[in-house]
Design a protein. Structure first.
Length: 431
């Protein structure tokens, strides 16, 4: 999906100054914090579960409503008490920026506000906690210098009784030996507040080449954890694509290595994740069978038992094997999946498009086949879900700025917490 720029109120940011080696260039904020990447927002809060039923637009749109209906092979609703229903709604600004999104099923929504340089200024998330039976409002504020570099990130929860600081981070930039250094100091709250520090090193091409972390492990009562990641770019045809990431937890010496291989067009064809000690191995292979046909094979092997967050993981092997066929616009037409020896299934997709080449109806058919060698007889089942989109190409919706009274109160609260926790004094003493 193509996202465009947007104009908003001017953000009152002041440039940072470090020392005479100050970095006066520009590092894309998304390289520092993935929450600033709009595609990350979309993928995180919807498409991971719903496979881009909403966001696969091929021209700027103002808004869209997405409806869902579980039907039979004749197109009739299977559940009369659960007919076609509004699944979600999404809005964009005139410039094509994501404005807001609401998921009706999960009762959650978020909105994005941009500054005058089209960078994310506020990210606002609202959700309903079904367990606690209460509403939650989480707001993240981002501030930048005059060059557009991220200099602070402040996340808090707004409650009827006031504000709760979730985390606060500051970024400082400098030059060392020709490399760009970004220092991130983070105060984060769980049961209490914990300090985390990281150092990012970018080369002259602005490629991340090293990441060093110091943190206080909240699950180990603040025990210090240090780690280091090194990034390698060894493909001369695609120098911006990482080929290896080697991570070491210097506290206990454990490590993991990720390797990436690409074809002549820059497509990822092979990914391997290994660990030391040898605990598990993950492999992902992509084979391009035709122009719009890709074979994915993902495999994860747990080699020996280990503990993760108090849970024991025993030796196991999981494998996903699927072939995906798409049309010229990238819409999935067929997804064939072999889950295991006993079960095979596939998803087929049929579309109806409007004059802008955006689909307005999508019929998803799931076909499952289980051979009689595993049951008393062959079993074949089909299920159908129909999605319908009402797309509006006008009446754009701009983001609504936050109330100044709330911003002032949040800023006052932030300063109080940083003073109480001795934020600047602590990071000055951390090595």
């Amino acid at each position: 999906m193509t996202l465009f720029s947007c104009q908003q109120k001017k953000d009152d940011n002041t440039p940072f100054k470090t020392e005479e080696t100050s970095f006066n260039g520009y590092i894309p904020p998304a390289k520092l914090d993935s929450m600033l990447n709009e595609k990350f927002l979309l993928n995180s809060f919807y498409t991971s579960d719903n496979e881009q039923k909403e966001f696969s637009f091929y021209s700027p749109v103002a808004s869209a409503k997405i409806y869902e209906n579980i039907i039979d092979e004749k197109g009739k609703s299977i559940y009369p008490d659960y007919p076609e229903h509004l699944l979600s709604e999404i809005f964009f600004t005139k410039s094509g920026k994501l404005s807001s999104y609401e998921n009706m099923n999960r009762k959650n929504k978020f909105a994005v506000i941009y500054n005058s340089k089209n960078l994310v200024n506020f990210y606002i998330r609202h959700e309903f906690d079904n367990i606690m039976k209460e509403e939650k409002n989480e707001i993240t504020e981002y501030k930048y210098d005059d060059n557009g570099n991220l200099i602070s990130e402040y996340k808090y929860k707004k409650k009827p009784e006031g504000f709760e600081l979730w985390h606060y981070a500051e970024y400082k930039y400098s030059i060392e030996n020709g490399n760009i250094i970004v220092q991130k100091n983070l105060l984060e709250k769980f049961a209490t507040y914990y300090f985390n520090k990281s150092k990012l090193t970018f080369d002259s091409r602005k490629r991340l080449i090293k990441k060093e972390n110091y943190s206080q492990n909240v699950l180990a009562r603040g025990r210090e954890i240090t780690s280091e990641e090194n990034y390698y770019y060894e493909n001369s045809n695609f120098p911006a694509k990482v080929t290896k990431i080697h991570s070491v937890a210097t506290t206990d010496g454990s490590s993991q290595t990720k390797t990436f291989q690409y074809d002549q067009y820059g497509n990822l064809i092979d990914y391997v994740l290994t660990t030391k000690p040898e605990t598990y191995i993950t492999t992902k292979k992509n084979k391009y069978l035709a122009k719009n046909k890709i074979e994915h094979i993902n495999e994860h092997k747990t080699l020996k038992s280990y503990q993760m967050m108090g849970v024991q993981i025993d030796p196991d092997e999981q494998k996903d094997h699927e072939i995906i066929t798409s049309d010229e616009m990238g819409n999935i037409l067929l997804k064939e999946n072999v889950k295991n020896k006993s079960e095979k299934n596939y998803f087929s997709y049929n579309y109806i498009f409007d004059s802008h080449n955006n689909w307005i109806e999508k019929l998803v058919r799931e076909h499952t086949y289980i051979p009689k060698e595993y049951l008393n007889e062959d079993v074949e089942e089909d299920s159908y879900i129909k999605y319908r989109r009402e797309i509006n190409y006008s009446n754009f919706k701009e983001s609504i700025p936050l109330k100044k009274t709330d911003l002032d109160a949040a800023e006052k609260f932030r300063k109080e917490i940083l003073e109480q926790q001795k934020f600047y004094e602590t990071f000055k003493n951390l090595k």
